[in-house]
Structure formats: structure tokens, C-alpha cells
Design a protein around this ligand. Structure first.
Ligand code: ZN
Length: 93
């Protein structure tokens, strides 16, 4: 799927239509000291095999791609509608 790199859309902070820069959402780095991670590390310690099941079979083939819009006037970000597509690319219009 092709998506425009810039878009003119409504900004709820500026309360008007402004130019927005479009990027693709990427998952942030996982915190190593988060409660779930610490619990998992504790469970994995010592003898024995993998304590929790690891998922190998997935019902869906494609992951969701989400566009992130950044207002060029107030530089606030908002996210758009996500799509399950094989290829999600940004193009110059
Ligand atoms: Zn704005």
C-alpha cells in the first residue's frame, strides 16, 4: 500500500487544518526492569526448560502498519487508521 509522506489534516490542538508529516509507527524498546520482564526473568532462572509457551503459529499473516501524523505547527503527534497489508510505504506526492 502507498501512503503520502505529507498530508493536510485536522489538528485538534491547533483546531484547524494544518500540514502533517507522516511516519510509520515503530514499537519502542522494551524496559528491562518492567514488572512483567522481571517476573519472566525470575521464572526462567535455574534448572528446567522454557517455563512459558512460545507462540509459533499465527492466524494472521501480516502485521498492522500504523501511520503517525506530526503537526508541522505545534509538532504534536496523532495516530491514524492501521492496515493489515504486506507492504506499507510512504511516497512523495
Ligand atoms: Zn497542530
Amino acid at each position: 500500500m502507498k501512503y503520502p509522506k505529507t498530508q493536510r489534516r485536522y489538528c485538534k490542538h491547533c483546531k484547524k487544518h494544518t500540514e502533517h508529516k507522516v511516519t510509520i509507527y515503530k514499537k519502542g524498546k522494551e524496559r528491562s526492569k518492567a514488572e512483567g520482564k522481571r517476573r519472566y526473568e525470575r521464572k526462567k532462572k535455574g534448572y528446567g526448560s522454557q517455563p512459558k509457551p512460545v507462540q509459533h503459529n499465527f492466524a494472521k499473516i501480516n502485521k498492522k502498519s500504523t501511520p503517525v501524523f506530526q503537526c508541522t505547527e505545534c509538532s504534536k503527534k496523532s495516530i491514524g487508521k492501521s492496515y493489515r497489508v504486506k507492504r506499507f510505504e510512504l511516497i512523495e506526492v
